[in-house]
Design a protein around this ligand. Structure first.
Ligand code: 5AD
Ligand code: FES
Length: 349
């Protein structure tokens, strides 16, 4: 325990540990260590971001996906998944409503839907940028070619979220069919960075086959890759996937990892995810109190929200956009933080 407290200290001072040290910190997890990490993480986040929590309006543009990730509810092989895609005009409408509500970042997220070619997306991105020049656009549309990433960047996309899912190649193969390659996913992340995007990577917590060893590798990867953002959330089984009977991740471990990530990279943009809020009614508050500094309320039209079901029991599927924004605003105020109307770029330190 006292050895581990020293690891917390070392992480806070040097922002890095060895792979074995990360693994030790995870294996020795205790309430006392979690409290020590949390305290340091909040101090560090406070020094850089104060009480501000950044917010991004999440627009779920398509539930079609050509992939078959074993964990995901909208995998191509799930015949029960309800499919929809928003039209460019509907997406623009979401942005308009979002801007009025105070969002200055729009996240366009969807499955890998062949409909959303560069020819469809680029004019839309240009239109969003023209109408909302003070906003950042984040894309989260999976693996694409370098040319496509470049074209989308040139058309106005500022950021790209592509969770690496796991930094361990063998573990990747346990979560994905053979048609998906770990090398290709990692190469996409490098490409995105080379093009000039603010890049977000990330992983699920408690995915099947994940041990402290895999998580330590994830931490090491984030430490060396130095993303602008890192999205982590508990794995939550979806009933119509091969992982239906698997157990899910925990809020406590996710928060523990959030604190470690904050200390590792003090200016990192770290969302308290919807999955956290799904597992625990105050999961997102716990995330922020562990070091997260971003929330991503749902801006999708209510008519499609239930259909974008990556996991079971997702929250906010019946709420209007304004309700989600207001709800998070109040929740953050309750714990002494406030949502800001700002693009929410990472602070350079
Ligand atoms: N539980 C939690 N997170 C999930 N994701 C996909 N399926 C699930 C699930 N069942 C995450 C993946 C993906 C992101 C969009 O959502 O990490 O990258
Ligand atoms: Fe959607 Fe609370 S964030 S209702």
């Amino acid at each position: 325990m006292s050895d581990c407290i020293q690891l917390v200290q070392k992480l806070a001072e040097e922002h890095r540990l060895t792979l074995a040290e990360y693994e030790t910190l995870l294996r020795e997890r205790s309430d006392a260590l979690a409290a020590a990490l949390r305290e340091q993480a909040v101090r560090v986040r406070q020094a850089i971001y104060g009480n501000a929590v950044f917010t991004r309006g999440l627009i779920e543009i398509s539930s079609y996906c050509k992939n078959n990730c074993f964990y995901c509810g909208i995998r191509a092989g799930n015949p029960k998944a309800e499919r929809y895609r928003l039209t460019p005009e509907e997406i623009l409408e979401c942005c308009r409503e979002g801007w009025t509500l105070g969002f200055r970042t729009f996240v366009l997220q969807g499955g890998e839907d062949p409909f959303f070619t560069d020819e469809v997306l680029c004019p839309l991105l240009r239109q969003i940028k023209q109408e909302f020049p003070d906003c950042a656009i984040t894309l989260s549309l999976g693996e694409r070619s370098r040319n496509s990433y470049q074209a989308l960047f040139d058309a106005g996309a500022d950021r790209y979220l592509l969770r690496h899912e796991t930094a361990d190649k063998e573990h990747y193969a346990q979560l994905h069919p053979a048609s998906l390659s770990w090398e290709h996913r990692m190469a996409c992340l490098t490409t995105l960075k080379e093009i000039g995007y603010q890049v977000g990577c990330g992983f699920m917590v408690g995915s099947p086959g994940q041990t402290e060893r895999e998580l330590a590798k994830d931490l090491k990867f984030v430490e060396t890759f130095r993303p602008a953002m890192c999205g982590i959330g508990p794995f939550i089984p979806h009933r119509d996937t091969p992982f239906a009977e698997q157990s899910g991740g925990s809020v406590e471990l996710t928060c523990y990892l959030l604190s470690i990530l904050r200390l590792m990279q003090p200016n990192l943009l770290l969302p308290a995810t919807t999955a956290l809020g799904t597992l625990d009614p105050i999961g997102r508050e716990k995330g922020v109190l562990a070091g997260a500094n971003v929330v991503m309320p749902n801006l999708s039209p209510v008519s499609v929200r239930k259909k974008y079901a990556l996991y079971d029991n997702k929250i906010c599927t019946g709420e209007e956009s304004a309700q989600c924004r207001g709800c998070l605003e109040r929740r953050m105020q309750t714990i002494g933080y406030s949502l800001v109307t700002d693009r929410g770029d990472p602070k350079q330190i």
